[in-house]
Design a protein around this ligand. Structure first.
Ligand code: GLN
Length: 454
């Protein structure tokens, strides 16, 4: 009730929730109380959470931030929803997001922009901006998100919370509405790495319903956080942090650079050593992503045809006209732009020139990381080149919007895990995030490193 009351009081301004289901939350809370009373509770039992509205929830609206799905109620729960429910977490509602997870500012939502709790004239980042803003404003202690090109890490950075996206394949995508399937990965937001570890432990693990889910033993990410250090004063002794020069170049705002460098200094005090590494192809991550992700999106979004579910135009002539009108009305401008780009790069005659070239870049970028990880254990840098910008500042310039993900997207192209944690403040008291990138399956190390810093 405490959190539901905070939502009632504060979310009129923030707009971080699309749906709040009070009755269902109170039922789940009572069930959690009963479990606690019988001694069968886990660490998440009774903890209020929110799910990004990209996750299907049985009996509760799942809109994906789109008019297309504004009336859609899923007949089943996403894997992530099911597992957190089983762990006893209490879902309070579904959070706002950029339509179909396409965006970096949460301004592409059919349900309106989300405001940043640190300064309500600013964006919270995207596409999981609702989840990030809700955690930052303490409307929920933790929330889920998805990260296709940075959508967990970038909003975590801009709202001053911790967010982690695991290695591709660690969390099942079953019931997570697809944007770009070879990049999409669920992640979590919380106030600390410790809380993120509890959430991630609950949702990670093999699921036969997702063909890219990896068959590996389940991990308890909290264990790494509990281990005591050999040198208590220098708990990170032995850790080699790689600093890619490409992440500290011209595009980085001075206030973000200063905050990130101060945080790296703190890492050195904690015992870590730093080494310069190179990611020469990282600059090509944005062009590669904006070929590959729209290509996959154009295929994934073809299922929204007004026939089986979602929005259908009220008036139409023949079947083709019904498809056309339903999609014209149901999708927003950014989604249409990406479907057009995607079908173009996949079309006969352009496929080799764009799609295949971008696949090659993807490979080169993954190779860069592989080489860098021979010299270091984790890579650190800024999560976002700037702090949160003003609402409306980039809405007329998609390329400027795309460039805001310059440090996060390469990680998705390679399928690596990434975490963003708060690293002080920039101009105007706006939060700055530091990104830690790990080798495949090194989530524990990322969480442990952030935990020692925090
Ligand atoms: N901002 C990026 C985009 O617009 C990434 C989005 C995401 O990770 N879902 O595609």
């Amino acid at each position: 009730n405490l959190f539901l009351d905070r939502i009632d009081r504060l979310d009129g301004t923030l707009n971080s929730f699309i749906t709040v289901d009070r009755a269902r939350a109170l039922d789940a809370a009572r069930a959690a109380d009963a479990r606690i009373a019988t001694g069968s509770a886990g660490p998440l039992t009774g903890i209020p959470i929110a799910h990004k509205d990209v996750f299907c929830t049985q009996g509760v609206l799942t809109t994906c931030g789109s008019r297309m799905l504004s009336n859609f109620v899923s007949p089943y729960d996403a894997h992530v929803v099911e597992l957190l429910g089983r762990a006893g977490a209490v879902m309070l509602g579904k959070t706002n997001m950029d339509e179909f997870a396409m965006g970096s500012s949460n301004e592409n939502s059919h349900f309106g922009a989300v405001r940043n709790p640190w300064n309500t004239d600013r964006i919270p980042g995207g596409s999981s901006g609702g989840s990030a803003a809700a955690v930052a404003a303490r409307l929920v202690p933790a929330a889920t998100g998805t990260d296709t090109g940075g959508s967990v890490r970038q909003p975590a950075a801009l709202t001053g919370v911790t967010g982690i996206k695991p290695t591709y394949g660690v969390v099942s995508r079953y019931g997570m509405i697809a944007y770009a399937s070879s990049f999409d990965q669920a992640g979590v937001f919380a106030a600390s790495a410790e809380d993120c570890a509890l959430m991630l432990s609950a949702i990670a693990g093999f699921d036969p319903r997702d063909s890219t889910s990896l068959e590996r033993p389940a991990e308890d990410y909290s264990l790494a956080l509990q281990q005591s250090a050999a040198e208590p004063a220098r708990p990170l002794a032995g850790l080699r942090i790689g600093l890619p020069e490409e992440f500290f170049g011209d595009g980085l705002a001075a206030d973000v650079r200063a905050a990130v460098e101060a945080a790296i200094e703190e890492y050195r005090r904690l015992g870590a050593t730093t080494v310069a590494v190179k990611l020469p192809n990282a600059k090509l991550a944005i062009p590669a992503y904006y070929v590959l992700a729209p290509a996959e999106a154009s295929s994934n979004l073809s299922r929204f045809d007004g026939v089986r579910y979602g929005h259908r135009a009220a008036e139409y002539g023949d079947l083709d006209d019904m498809y056309r009108k339903s999609r014209a009305e149901g999708f927003g401008a950014e989604v249409k732009r990406r479907i057009l780009v995607g079908t173009y790069v996949l079309s006969h005659g352009y496929y080799d020139a764009y799609y295949l070239q971008a696949q090659k870049l993807r490979r080169l970028i993954a190779e860069d990381f592989r080489a860098a990880f021979t010299q270091c254990d984790v890579i650190a840098g800024p999560t976002s080149p700037t702090t949160a910008w003003a609402i409306g500042a980039k809405t007329d310039d998609p390329v400027q919007m795309y460039l805001s993900d310059i440090y996060t997207i390469a990680v998705n192209l390679a399928g690596l895990p990434g975490l963003s944690h708060p690293a002080g403040f920039g101009d105007g008291g706006l939060p700055v995030g530091l990104q830690l990138i790990g080798n495949y399956f090194d989530e524990s190390r990322l969480l442990g490193t952030a935990h020692r810093y925090q």
